[in-house]
Design a protein around this ligand. Sequence first.
Ligand code: AMP
Length: 114
Amino acid sequence: MMECIFCKIVNRDIREPLVYEGQHVVAFRDINPQAPTHVLIVPRQHIASVADLRPEHAPIVEEMLTAANTIAQEEGVAQSGYRLVLNRGPAAGQSVDHLHMHLLAGRKLAWPPG
Ligand code: AMP
């Protein structure tokens, strides 16, 4: 999966600064931020999307959520609030086929999303 941009970041072939490094998950800032805080939480393992998750991936999913909590606290947005987004497929705008969760914060986030 060496052509996958997020695999290259995970493997440090692209040395994007990491805001979180865990056993199963890393996180880094989105290159095209949609909010003052916009972090991508990414499993080390190449999993194409949320639709490809299997029961054995439970520790990865757990760490994605606990990492979000940790990052939100470190970024100072835990109290004001934040949004976690998983895009799946073209209708939702998934543009990178490596599972990732967006953490968005730092401005009023409209609902429903666009
Ligand atoms: P999605 O549209 O849900 O697939 O989100 C993919 C996200 O990855 C987009 O918000 C992009 O801006 C972001 N992105 C793509 N390439 C990079 C990169 N090299 N470093 C950081 N973020 C990236």
